[in-house]
Design a protein around this ligand. Structure first.
Ligand code: ZN
Ligand code: ZN
Ligand code: ZN
Ligand code: ZN
Length: 354
């Protein structure tokens, strides 16, 4: 019996998430406050719905004290967004990129500020600046959420219609950023004249992402309108069909050449990016990526270190004083002997069980 109830509850939770999402993008002009509140709530509910699909107890804060009936009647306290993300990582092996985690935490904090301190009535005048800031924030959040939803398409396939409604509405929302784009246009034109290449930004859709060529094959772009940073590589197809492949951080795994059907592997990427020809008989600690939680996925590319799983890059790859492995994307590892790195628990973890 409770199985049926649980699946109905999961459906309600997911429906509620998409309802908040659709509302959020519909009401931005009239009710910017609710737009933020509803979007942040939608993010949280989608993360919880994904957890609940694994098991309902994962959504509950303190599982041991709670019965399924308590849960179904809404009496149980549910996990925080931060813990939900940790559980997705640990219990469901889902990788949520660090950039997405940061963006989701930001909108959650913004929601709390809006709830406590923002009075729409006191701001009855349409405030274009505020709308612009909120649209930027929603664009960045949607960029990450859309990627997660596409990774989880088997989980949310019943909501295809809602997802495409939001996708379409998000594209319309971009019109609110036209003013920002027009304001930046003279700068962009001047930089173009000086030789900078601009690409279409995946966050806001404007041709405002200035490309920095890190090397002949590795590029980073940052959007002047919404601030989204993206990396991509361009390499000749390893299938030797003559095509140039454009690979971004999200399509690294399973990328297939449209020309010849060759499926690019992370070994191909290591080969294309790795500029250090180390003697295989030398022992070198592997370099991990804390952004996407991949082990040994990072190669040195000239002066920088690049992850071949997610294309995150950093100029240095500090070594953990406890496990001796190196990593990027997880800070400077200053106290790592005690606290460990993204991939070990350090001395504190080792002695904990004694
Ligand atoms: Zn942008
Ligand atoms: Zn090819
Ligand atoms: Zn990575
Ligand atoms: Zn470590």
């Amino acid at each position: 019996m409770s199985k049926k109830k649980l699946s109905a509850a999961l459906r309600n939770l997911s429906e509620s998430a998409f309802d908040f999402l659709v509302r959020s993008v519909e009401e931005i002009k009239a009710h910017p406050k609710y737009s933020v509140i509803h979007f942040a709530t939608a993010v949280e509910l989608i993360l919880k719905a994904r957890l609940m699909r694994e098991h309902w107890t994962l959504v509950v804060e303190r599982t041991s004290d709670v019965s399924v009936d308590d849960f179904l009647s809404g009496k149980a306290k549910t996990v925080t967004q931060g813990d939900a993300i940790k559980r997705l990582k640990n219990a469901c092996s889902e990788n949520i990129p660090q950039d997405a985690v940061t963006q989701f935490a930001q909108i959650a904090a913004h929601r709390n500020r809006m709830i406590h301190f923002f009075h729409e009535a006191a701001r009855r005048q349409a405030d274009d600046k505020l709308t612009e800031e909120i649209v930027k924030e929603l664009c960045l959040c949607w960029f990450h959420l859309e990627r997660l939803l596409s990774d989880w398409d088997d989980q949310f396939d019943e909501f295809e219609k809602e997802i495409s409604t939001v996708t379409w509405r998000m594209k319309q929302l971009r019109a609110y950023l036209q003013v920002a784009f027009d304001r930046l246009k003279p700068d962009i034109d001047a930089e173009k004249k000086a030789g900078t290449v601009f690409k279409i930004c995946s966050g806001c859709g404007f041709e405002a992402a200035a490309v920095a060529e890190v090397s002949e094959v590795f590029f980073e772009q940052r959007c002047k309108v919404c601030g989204l940073g993206e990396s991509y590589i361009e390499i000749p197809c390893p299938g030797e069909c003559g095509e140039t492949l454009h690979i971004d951080g999200h399509n690294v795994s399973g990328m297939t050449c449209e020309e010849c059907g060759y499926e690019v592997t992370s070994e191909d990427l290591s080969e294309a990016l790795d500029t250090e020809f180390s003697d295989p008989s030398d022992f070198e600690p592997q370099i991990n990526c804390a952004q996407c939680s991949s082990l040994g996925s990072v190669v040195q590319h000239g002066e920088t270190f690049v992850c071949t799983e997610c294309l995150y890059s950093e100029d240095s790859a500090p070594q953990c004083d406890w496990c001796n492995e190196r990593q990027i994307g997880g800070g400077d590892l200053e106290y790592s002997y005690h606290t460990g790195c993204e991939f070990c628990d350090g001395h504190a973890g080792w002695t904990k069980d004694d």
